[in-house]
Design a protein around this ligand. Structure first.
Ligand code: ATP
Length: 436
């Protein structure tokens, strides 16, 4: 059973070092989080799994890493300065502020219950503005990117030239984005600083619809392949009133969160909106000349845009399980092995010096290839439970017999089955079991 309450995961994550409220020693900083020893490993795994599927296992997508700070021209051209807004309403009774389009009932304040107490909605721009350099004049204005996508458009010409790709091809990027959200909420689901995994796929205009269908199916499947049950996922097409200023069609991959269906990723048809806008604003040509057909065109763009941190929350919620074993509740994170913070834990049965050299040797063998935890404290049963709770797929136990037979025990997180294997075959056996 996946987690039914967000708190089950929030508490586990805080207790075990996945995610902490940021600046907590100063009372915290609303809606900002730090990723601890386990969370930072898991977040990295989520991003790696995305890059693996979107770049490594394909021949038509390249990766970039563009700047977070950018000048106003980028956001004027992209339309974000004028359009990247959410409707903000104030409750005149309790003075709280809300995003109008996310209210369950647009007449009732969810905070104080007052009816008809909202002000007229006004459009609030979500971009963080700052100043670059020592002069505080308007020439120094800069913005923190609210999406990674624009880096793919402004670099389109350079990437085309240097990578020698031609449409259909994609440019992918993973990195931080910043939005001054009116109501950040639900833990790492909606924060003001977050990480995105976005890819702009450039195609001949006539092929736009075909590739849109392709990426909707492909992206939904990525979540299933990484362990989210398909009945907790769905694709939902946007109504016309929901579309972003650049989109002619968008579908969201939605996940069944404890509070209901909500977005994990948007797959948008951005057409030639961005390339044209940047071309007009910058005076640079951002198009493609097809030598075979002798045609020059501005490619259309299909954009699968996912949140890395939001997706991590979904993977954790879906993986959470509790079961009763020998009258005790066992909490298990049934994370996909590629996403679990540690793939393996090496557990010497006792802290006695005699076991240490072999346990270290086993750790060295495995850690060359995998992220491996090493834990020699407490009784072995409790250590298994600790690893179950953080999702470690395999434990390898070194015991006193190991010193004679040079064999160790592999224990499986999901089945709790144990098998004894020779140390010399360990890496191969583990690789076969995990499939990587
Ligand atoms: P929402 O409607 O939830 O505000 P959006 O439709 O504006 O999101 P996009 O601009 O499509 O979001 O961004 C792509 C993805 O980036 C989202 O699907 C989500 O996973 C992630 N994302 C967007 N805003 C946030 C945020 N404030 N915190 C965490 N992740 C976010």
């Amino acid at each position: 059973m996946p987690a039914t309450e967000l708190d089950q995961i929030v508490n586990l994550c805080k207790r075990r070092g996945f995610v902490y409220p940021s600046a907590e020693i100063y009372g915290g900083f609303r809606s900002t989080y730090d990723y601890g020893p386990l969370g930072s490993l898991m977040l990295r795994n989520v991003k790696d799994a995305w890059v693996r599927a979107m770049v490594q296992q394909r021949h038509d997508v390249v990766l970039i890493d563009a700047a977070i700070l950018s000048p106003p021209q980028v956001w004027e051209a992209s339309g974000h300065l004028s359009n990247f807004t959410d409707p903000l309403v104030d409750c005149t009774n309790c003075k709280n502020r809300f995003r109008e389009d996310k209210l369950d009932d647009p007449n009732t304040c969810p905070s104080c219950g007052a009816i008809g107490s909202f002000t007229e909605a006004r459009q609030f721009n979500l971009m963080f503005k700052t100043q670059a350099g020592p002069l505080a004049d308007s020439g120094a204005d800069a913005y923190l990117r609210p999406e990674t996508a624009q880096g793919m458009f402004t670099n389109f010409g350079q990437v085309l030239q240097t990578s020698r790709k031609k449409p259909p091809f994609g440019i992918a990027q993973v990195g931080k984005s910043f939005r001054n959200e009116i109501t950040p909420q639900n833990w790492i689901f909606r924060t003001r600083e977050f990480e995105q995994m976005e890819m702009e796929f450039f195609v001949p205009p006539a092929d736009g619809p075909k590739w849109y269908e392709y990426w909707c199916a492909e992206r939904l499947d990525w979540y299933v392949r990484h362990g989210i049950p398909s009945d907790m996922l769905r694709l939902r097409a946007h109504g016309d009133d929901e579309l972003s200023h650049y989109s002619t069609g968008t579908s969201d991959v939605e996940f069944l969160f404890p509070w209901g269906w909500d977005e994990l990723e948007g797959i948008a048809q951005r057409t030639d909106f961005d390339l044209k806008a940047h071309s007009e604003r910058s005076g640079e040509r951002l198009d493609y000349f097809d030598q075979q057909t002798n045609e020059r065109y501005v490619p259309y763009v299909i954009e699968p845009a996912a949140g890395a941190t939001r997706t991590m929350a979904a993977f954790l919620l879906a993986a959470y399980d509790e079961e009763v074993v020998n009258d005790e509740t066992r909490t298990v994170l049934r994370l996909h092995p590629r996403l679990a913070p540690y793939t393996i834990a090496v557990l010497p049965l006792s802290k006695k010096d005699t076991l240490t050299p072999l346990a270290h040797q086993v750790h060295k063998l495995l850690s060359d290839r995998y992220m491996v935890d090493y834990d020699e404290t407490q009784a072995i049963g409790r250590r298994y439970r600790r690893q179950d709770e953080i999702g470690t797929p395999l434990c390898v136990t070194v015991d006193f017999d190991s010193l004679d037979d040079n064999a160790v025990t592999i224990r499986d997180r999901d089945t709790m089955d144990q098998v004894r294997v020779p140390v010399e075959d360990l890496v191969q056996i583990v690789t076969d079991r995990l499939g990587f």
